[in-house]
Every structure is written in structure tokens, then in C-alpha cells.
Design a protein around this ligand. Structure first.
Ligand SMILES: CC(C)c1ccc(C(=O)O)c(O)c1O
Ligand SMILES: [Fe+2]
Length: 301
């Protein structure tokens, strides 16, 4: 381990959206996330897990990625992470106290990833809600991963590996890196795809059975949602996937199945071929609108 703290999981992703009630309905009614609480002012919290926030939506002028939040393994890990980032010259700032009740976390900090200016948030203690997540149209297991479009793939990966402590599971040279947050077993919680501009690539939700993928495809088509890639099967994680556009044109993914890594003696990252079959073993091709929308929001403090 090359950083002095352990992760638990990717906890939530915060998106800016241009029409809060439209996007809230999309993610709850069509995708099956549960609204944790009635809309609070200009934001809403949706969940597909034991905690209140898997996806936060904020009313904003420009749709995009506002924040990525990770839960660490313990409060000792949170303290170690704060010291670690400060010792490496990062400016960190506390989660504003007025946001804590909405996030249902006990406290934590934020910082920028310097090459993309994506805001990362870290906390340890998050409230487990008394009532379990109630699946409706899809049985979502968890928020799966977030993928960033990055101009400086090598520079961004160097920072995420060295300073943020992510481990690479697989990569395609000069094109993509899939990274896990140790000791979380999942093949990736965050990935990078080299692109002409920094931005959001997509947000993924892992579903419980392959039928959730097939049913989602038909439900989304009936609702007039643009399916932009899939169904198909990814070579890196082995998952079956379906990508579609949210009301702002940002890409979301449902996937079923994912390789899990052991804490010890994990396999080395594989160098995968830069070919369309690496992305889809079934030979599908994405539409041009795939992963094309979503800026990285500026200052979040
Ligand atoms: C096409 C994108 C970048 C991609 C590729 C592979 C996987 C996977 O192996 O799970 C993904 O989840 C992706 O989003
Ligand atoms: Fe994905």
C-alpha cells in the first residue's frame, strides 16, 4: 500500500443538471433509484444502497460533474488521508457544516485532483438508513463507478495512483485506465478515458441480474431515451452493459457482473489491446453522442 489510508467504497457522485425535477424523475422513475428525501432546495438525493446518497443532483446552468465522494474505511483512515494530502502540498477544506445533514455524513474534507480540477470528497462515517433501499423498476445493487474524460491521461493517472492511492486493474496504453480503491474488491470504481477535453464520461450503476439490463433497454426505448451503446460485454471487467443518455445528454450505464480482486495476491493489471472488441466483446459500436456531455464543474466549496 503506497498511501497511508484504506478506502471503503465510492459513495456518491454529484451531478449538476439543467432541470432538477426532470432529472430527479428520470433517475428515480425510469432507472429505479429511490428518492431519499423530498427535494431540498436546489438539490435532490437518490440512493441505491444503505446510505442516503448514491447520486446527488444539483440545479445548475451547465450540466456536468460536480463532485465524486469516497468513503474511507475508518475515522483513523480519514485523519491519515488529510495529513497525507496536506503533506503532499494539497489544499484540503472541510465539507461545509451546513451540507452535513443533507449528505448524512459526520464530517470530512474535499480537494481538487490537480490535472482535471475534479472535486474529490472523503469521509468515513455515513448514516445507514433504517429502511433498506426499495428497488422498483430495476434492482440496482450499488453505484458502480464514475469515468472521467481526461486530456492528460498519463498525468492524471500518475496523480491518482501516487497521491490518491488508486490501483490500476487494467489499461489500454494512451487510451484508458480502470482503477480500484483498495481494499474494495471491484475491478474499478473510477476510470479515465483519454479525450480532447476534460469532462464526465459516464456514471455507472450495477444491477442484480441480466434481466435488469434487458428490461431497462425496453423501458428506456419505450420512454424515448437514447440508448447509445449496448447491450454488450466489456472485456476489462467482464460486465454486461447498457449505456443511455440522461435528460441533459450525460451518459449513464447499467452493468451486470464485475470481476472482483482479492486483497492479497491480486493479479497484475493487464495491458489490453486498443480495439473495439476490448470495449465490447459482442462487437457493438457506440453512437457519437456516447459520453460526449458533462463539464467538470468549477469550484465546489
Ligand atoms: C467504454 C468504457 C470506457 C468502459 C470500458 C470497460 C468497462 C468495464 O470493463 O466495465 C466499463 O465499465 C466502461 O465504462
Ligand atoms: Fe463503465
Amino acid at each position: 500500500m503506497h498511501v497511508p489510508f484504506l478506502y471503503r467504497q465510492l459513495s456518491y457522485v454529484a451531478l449538476n443538471v439543467s432541470d432538477l425535477s426532470r432529472s430527479t424523475s428520470f433517475y428515480s422513475d425510469l432507472l429505479g433509484l429511490e428518492l431519499s428525501a423530498e427535494q431540498v432546495g436546489e438539490s435532490s438525493a437518490l440512493r441505491c444502497d444503505t446510505h442516503a446518497a448514491s447520486l446527488l443532483l444539483y440545479q445548475a446552468d451547465e450540466p456536468g460533474l460536480r463532485r465524486v465522494a469516497f468513503q474511507l474505511a475508518s475515522s483513523a483512515d480519514l485523519a491519515a488521508a488529510a495529513t497525507h494530502f496536506e503533506s503532499r502540498g494539497y489544499e484540503i477544506w472541510p465539507i461545509p457544516s451546513e451540507e452535513l445533514p443533507f449528505l448524512r455524513v459526520a464530517g470530512g474534507f474535499r480537494l481538487y485532483e490537480p490535472t482535471t480540477r475534479v472535486t474529490f470528497e472523503y469521509f468515513a462515517s455515513v448514516m445507514d438508513l433504517g429502511k433498506a433501499y426499495q428497488p422498483t423498476v430495476a434492482n440496482i445493487q450499488r453505484l458502480g463507478h464514475v469515468v472521467l474524460r481526461v486530456v492528460d491521461l498519463d498525468g492524471c493517472w500518475e496523480v491518482l495512483e501516487r497521491d490518491f492511492g488508486l490501483l490500476s486493474s487494467d489499461f489500454v496504453e494512451d487510451k484508458a485506465v480502470w482503477a480500484r480503491c483498495y481494499p474494495n474488491p471491484f475491478h474499478h470504481s473510477l476510470a479515465l478515458v483519454k479525450s480532447p477535453e476534460n469532462g464526465l464520461h459516464h456514471v455507472n450503476f450495477m444491477v442484480s441480474e441480466i434481466d435488469d439490463i434487458g428490461r431497462a433497454r425496453n423501458r428506456l426505448i419505450d420512454a424515448g431515451v437514447d440508448i447509445v451503446f449496448g447491450p454488450g460485454r466489456h472485456k476489462p471487467s467482464g460486465s454486461v452493459f447498457l449505456y443511455f443518455l440522461d435528460p441533459d445528454g450525460m451518459t449513464a450505464e447499467f452493468s451486470f457482473g464485475m470481476e472482483e480482486f482479492p486483497e492479497e495476491n491480486a493479479r497484475e493489471p493487464r495491458m489490453l489491446e486498443n480495439s473495439s472488441t476490448t470495449m465490447d466483446l459482442w462487437g457493438g459500436k457506440p453512437k457519437p453522442t456516447f459520453s460526449s456531455a458533462g463539464v467538470i464543474a468549477g469550484k465546489d466549496r
